[in-house]
Design a protein around this ligand. Sequence first.
Ligand SMILES: O=C(O)c1cccc(C(=O)CC[C@H]2O[C@@H](n3cnc4c(=O)[nH]cnc43)[C@H](O)[C@@H]2O)c1
Length: 217
Amino acid sequence: MYGKILVMTAVSAERDAVLRGLGENDRFDVKLAGVGPVAAAVNTTTALFEAGGYDLVISAGIAGGFEGRADIGNVVVSTAIIAADLGVETPDGFSSVDELGFGTSRIGVDKLLARRVVDALKNSSIVVSSGPIVTVSTATGTAETTAELTARVPGVAAEGMEGYGVAAAAHARGLPVLEIRAISNRVGPRDRSAWRIGDALASLEAAFARLTEGLLS
Ligand SMILES: O=C(O)c1cccc(C(=O)CC[C@H]2O[C@@H](n3cnc4c(=O)[nH]cnc43)[C@H](O)[C@@H]2O)c1
């Protein structure tokens, strides 16, 4: 289905987990995006210029999961990639760039592709769900922001810091994009002691070990 696939992860621990999952597979390149949407957009653009011929770009890594949508250790496959803090604050609340007429904060995902990946992951021990994944420049750390995001983005499942940057770079080259995140923590009041990065990296590895079925068959 897809020939050559570029996977962008923020940090090397995520890249190594993805590579362990993929094993020997020369159809995937896994490169570092850096942390945050700007670094991700710049580094994805560079990767796409350095080596052409990609058919699909994937933003992958760990993420926060929204309560009731994705628990720690679960994997989330994006149905949309949304820059949740791209806009302005007004006395009446947040207004997105879409509402302001300055562009779009939402990059769509091929629904059939997302479904194929979810189905491939479901045939394993991985607990997988799908839904919008938001990208933020400042990770959520309060109940108030969590509630606001949940109200503003119906069905939001996970929060990361790179997806929209990777997606914008792919979109600019006319390439399809997907975000796949393994949950390390719950989105909400900051509690570093509750983070389970090891569990999330193990899920990320397991997901990429299964992924080839959904993408390449
Ligand atoms: O120290 C903290 O309280 C803290 C809270 C949220 C995120 C961080 C990071 O350092 C995240 C960096 C990295 O991990 C991804 N990630 C993981 N969980 C989340 C999250 O709940 N919200 C946003 N991003 C998250 C992110 O994509 C970055 O690559 C520290």
